[in-house]
Design a protein around this ligand. Structure first.
Ligand code: OAD
Length: 254
């Protein structure tokens, strides 16, 4: 592992890898959206410090207290709705001019797509989509009011839930498989803004490693993954990713 702080230059090793790379993958977590004003889950300011995941992010909790869970998701939808992509999301989009790029994200905030990324695997779903737990009808045009009138219901009478993966639920199989396929074939694989503690999503960078990708971490602090990465850049994704994109352009003579 080679560690670098926010002001370290992008290494010659990484530039060389980028010069030769065809496929570049990104595995992202809440940290990539932190500078957009969306709270992360862990750490002192994290959502799971104040909220209990078992009361808010699982199916039984929803059926027991749909209004509470719905209210929490409406609150998060509003934050996401009012937020916009930041420099890290945009730097990842810029890489599409240089490489075949895929983003596998644990985030449900849709910000990679809103920034313009064309291939995004949403491993934990998308907070802007919803469906009925009874009949499966999609309800993606839910209003986000300041005051909420409790859990929304479908015309069939069933409860409408967010299309996100809750604890104890399976990841969307096709998204996971496609993310694994790309990771296995990637030449360089970036792990950006994730604590890397939630599985099975966190297996994906390991698939990239087994496939021979050059692994690069970007995070404000060391994680379990820092021991595995070839290089770790410690600093804000919104500052480091644009510098990596600039280094990639330089390496490709663009
Ligand atoms: P976490 O909250 O666990 O981790 C966020 C990571 O981002 C931490 O390692 C921070 O150090 C880092 N970070 C914070 N600000 C940053 C910045 N500006 N630039 C770079 N890094 C920064 O979030 P995830 O790893 O995404 O799952 O959490 C994984 C899953 O746990 C989530 O998808 C969610 C949660 O429970 C479900 O809801 C199923």
């Amino acid at each position: 592992m080679k560690t670098k702080n926010a002001s370290s230059p992008i290494s010659d090793d990484l530039k060389r890898r980028l010069a030769d790379a065809r496929r570049v993958g990104f595995f992202t977590g809440a940290g990539v959206s932190a500078e957009s004003g969306i709270p992360t889950f862990r750490g002192d300011q994290g959502l799971w410090k104040r909220m209990k995941p078992e009361e808010l992010a699982n199916f039984d909790a929803f059926m027991r207290n749909p209004d509470l869970v719905w209210e929490w998701y409406q609150y998060r939808r509003k934050i996401v709705h009012d937020a916009g992509p930041n420099a890290a999301h945009r730097a990842i989009v810029e890489m599409e001019a240089l490489f075949e790029v895929e983003v596998a994200t644990q985030n449900v905030d849709n910000l990679h797509r809103r920034a313009g990324s064309t291939t995004v695997r949403e491993l934990h779903g998308n907070i802007e989509r919803n469906y009925c737990v009874e009949c499966g009808t999609r309800h993606d045009d839910i209003e986000i009011g300041e005051k909420d009138a409790g859990a929304a219901r479908c015309a069939c009478g069933g409860l409408i839930r967010p299309d996100v993966v809750w604890f104890g639920e399976m990841l969307p199989q096709s998204e996971f498989t496609r993310a694994e396929d790309f990771a296995a074939r990637a030449d360089v694989y970036f792990v950006v803004g994730t604590s890397m503690v939630v599985y099975p999503a966190a297996y994906i960078p390991n698939t990239a490693r087994v496939g021979g990708a050059y692994l690069v971490e970007v995070n404000v602090e060391p994680t379990e993954f820092s021991r595995v990465a070839a290089e770790s850049y410690f600093g804000k994704a919104g500052e480091i990713m644009p510098r990596i994109a600039a280094a990639a352009r330089e390496a490709r003579n663009v």
